[in-house]
Design a protein around this ligand. Structure first.
Ligand SMILES: Cc1ncc(COP(=O)(O)O)c(C=O)c1O
Length: 342
C-alpha cells in the first residue's frame, strides 16, 4: 500500500461523490440548462458571500479567466513573488492576457502592505505600466500552506481599492484557511472582487474550480471562459460532487490539519536541524539544508517504505495531508521517521 503525500490533488472521489455523479440532473450548460451546475455556482457564491459563480475546469483556468476579466493587455498585476499564479501556471497571465507582473516578496506568502502601497501609489508616468490588479493566494502553497490573515487581506484590499486596483484571491485552499483560522471563508474574501476556489484539492472532488464575484463580473468571465475553451456541456457530472463537497467536506479539513501537525511534531522531535515552515494547514514544507541529507536522499528512503512525497528543490520536500490519508497512515509515517533519518 502506497501512502501518497505528494499533493492534495491526489484525492479520489468518495463512494458518496460517485453516487451523486450517477444521479445528477444534467443539461447543456453552454445553454445554461444544466441544473446541477447552476446549483453549484449559486452555492459556491453563497459560501463565499458573492453574487454569482462560474464553474471552470481547474484552478489555473479559474485564475486565468479572472485575470482576463479584470485586465486589458498591458495592464500591471501585483503578485506575491512565490505565488502559484506567477510560478506554476505557465505564465498565462503574460502570454494570454498580456499583463505585466509587479512582484512583492512576502513572508511565507504574507505581503507587507507597505510594499504593495509603494507600487500602487507611484504617480502616473507614461513610461510605466499601471497596476490594475492585486492577487493574494490563501492559503499560500509555497509558503507552507500559510493562512493569509483577514486583517492583512483587508488592509491590502483597502490600499488597492483606494488606488483603483481590483483584488483577486487565489483561494485554491480558501476553506483550509477558513477552518485553520476559525474565520468564515466569506469573511476572509469579503473585500476581494473575485475569488477562485478549487473543488479538486482538499475538498476531494475529481475535477473543477469555481470563480465568484459580482453578477456583472461573472457575466464577462463567462465569455472569457469560452475563449479559453472552458465552456462545458453536461458539466453537472463535475458540479454534483462539488455540491456534495461544499456541503460535507469542509469541516473535515481540520482532520488533515491535525494529521500534518502530528507528522511535523515527530519530525521536529526526531530530526536535529530540520527546518519546517510554520504548519497551519495541510502542507508541510521541510528544509533539509542544515541536515546531512538532500531532499532526493530522504525522498528515496521514504519511497522505499511506500511513502511518496514531492521534492521542491535540492533541500526542500513537501508533504500534503488530505482526505484519503487516514490516521493509520499518519501513524505509519510517524513510526517510519526515526528509521529514515539515521
Ligand atoms: C495555490 C494554487 N493555486 C492554483 C492552483 C492550480 O490549480 P489546478 O492544478 O487545478 O490548475 C494550485 C494547484 O496546486 C494551487 O496550489
Amino acid at each position: 500500500m502506497v501512502i501518497d503525500l505528494r499533493s492534495d490533488t491526489f484525492t479520489l472521489p468518495s463512494p458518496e461523490m460517485l453516487e451523486v455523479i450517477l444521479t445528477a440532473k444534467l443539461g447543456d450548460d453552454v445553454w445554461r440548462e444544466d441544473p446541477t451546475v447552476i446549483e453549484l455556482e449559486a452555492l459556491a457564491a453563497k459560501k463565499l458571500g458573492k453574487e454569482a459563480g462560474l464553474l471552470v475546469t481547474s484552478g489555473t483556468q479559474g485564475n486565468l479567466v479572472s485575470i482576463m476579466t479584470h485586465l486589458n493587455r498591458g495592464d500591471g498585476i501585483v503578485l506575491e513573488a512565490e505565488c502559484h499564479t506567477y510560478l506554476f501556471e505557465a505564465g498565462g497571465f503574460t502570454s494570454v492576457v498580456g499583463a505585466y507582473p509587479f512582484l512583492v516578496k512576502g513572508n511565507n506568502g504574507v505581503m507587507d502592505p507597505k510594499d504593495v502601497e509603494e507600487i500602487l501609489t507611484r504617480p502616473y508616468n507614461e513610461h510605466c505600466v499601471q497596476p490594475k490588479l492585486l492577487c493574494i493566494e490563501n492559503t499560500h502553497n509555497t509558503g507552507g500552506g500559510a493562512v493569509i490573515p483577514k486583517e492583512n487581506i483587508d488592509t491590502l484590499a483597502k490600499i488597492a481599492h483606494e488606488n483603483n486596483v481590483a483584488v483577486h484571491i487565489d483561494g485554491a485552499r480558501i476553506f483550509n484557511a477558513a477552518i485553520a483560522s476559525g474565520t468564515p471563508a466569506s469573511s476572509l474574501v469579503e473585500n476581494a472582487d473575485s475569488v477562485q476556489m478549487c473543488l479538486s484539492k482538499g475538498l476531494g472532488c475529481p475535477v473543477g474550480s469555481v470563480i465568484v464575484g459580482t453578477e456583472e463580473f461573472i457575466h464577462r468571465a463567462r465569455k472569457n471562459r469560452k475563449i479559453v475553451g472552458g465552456s462545458m456541456r453536461q458539466a453537472g457530472i463535475i458540479a454534483a460532487p462539488g455540491i456534495y463537497a461544499l456541503n460535507n467536506m469542509i469541516d473535515r479539513l481540520a482532520e488533515d490539519h491535525l494529521h500534518a501537525k502530528l507528522i511535523t511534531d515527530e519530525l521536529k522531535a526526531k530530526v536535529p536541524n530540520i527546518k519546517i515552515k510554520p504548519v497551519e494547514t495541510n502542507l508541510i514544507v521541510i528544509d533539509l539544508s542544515e541536515t546531512p541529507w538532500t531532499a532526493q536522499e530522504i525522498q528515496d528512503r521514504f519511497e522505499d517504505k511506500g511513502i511518496k512525497m514531492a521534492s521542491m528543490g535540492k533541500y526542500l520536500l513537501r508533504m500534503v495531508t488530505y482526505f484519503g490519508i487516514s490516521k493509520e497512515d499518519i501513524d505509519t509515517i510517524v513510526a517510519t521517521i526515526p528509521e529514515i533519518f539515521q
